[in-house]
Write a protein that binds this ligand. Structure first.
Ligand code: MG
Ligand code: ZN
Length: 223
């Protein structure tokens, strides 16, 4: 009985996610779902990254948290339009919540939307939001053992952003172990190294995202 219920919830979510994806494609808005643990630095990454995209892509951010509008306020303070979703205790965003936020944010004058999911390495992996790109932010203060402990999260990723690399000399974190385990789990999955607060790697990540959006745009036009 429970299995049937879980399945029907997922099917309903996937249907709404498909509608979001169609709506976003129509509007030409490339959308990234950003996942990661609490404290991995997802919001800080956006604060560092969005100025690098200025003048190249028109962006907006949807923030998902259980409570407060703190992250949306940080993004707005950094100069980018942001909408906060409060899940009121819910541990992940679902496609219906994102559909409402997309309506509110207005897609006409945008090239890209970042959806910062609730900090959580478990069930956020299972809920499609209608995104075109799944970014998993892992930070080197979390430990280098996360890939094999949370395989669905990393298997569903399109890119892993390793954050806080400026702290590598001070923490026990073997980057080559993470690369090896990612490669076993999902061969070819790219990993980019950044320091959201120090700035290292942010230009490369911005270039990578601009290129991914262009490739997505081209494939949408030709298919
Ligand atoms: Mg955050
Ligand atoms: Zn959840």
């Amino acid at each position: 009985m429970e299995i049937v219920m879980a399945k029907s919830i997922m099917n309903a979510n996937n249907r709404i996610a498909e509608r979001n994806r169609d709506r976003l494609a129509e509007a030409g808005v490339f959308t990234a779902n950003m996942c990661g643990s609490p404290g991995a630095g997802k919001t800080a990454l956006l604060e560092g990254l969005l100025p690098k995209l200025n003048g190249r892509l028109r962006t907006a951010v949807i923030e998902g948290d259980l409570a407060t509008a703190r992250d949306a306020e940080r993004i707005e303070a950094a100069g980018t339009r942001s909408i906060q979703i409060n899940t009121e205790g819910g541990c992940h965003l679902d496609a219906g919540m994102v559909a409402q936020a997309l309506e509110a944010i207005g897609l006409d004058a945008l090239d890209m939307v970042f959806v910062e999911n609730v900090g959580n390495l478990v069930c956020t992996a299972g809920f499609a939001l209608g995104e075109h790109l799944r970014i998993v932010v892992l930070s080197c203060t979390e430990g280098d053992d996360k890939v094999e402990k949370y395989p669905p999260m990393f298997r569903n990723a399109d890119v892993v952003v390793l954050n806080k690399v400026d702290l590598l000399p001070h923490v026990r974190f073997d980057v080559s172990r993470v690369e090896r385990e990612l490669n076993q789990l999902k061969p070819g999955l790219p990993m980019l190294r950044v320091s959201a607060t120090g700035g290292e790697g942010l230009d490369d990540l911005a270039d990578w995202l601009v290129a991914r959006r262009a490739a997505w745009k081209n494939s949408a036009v030709t298919s």
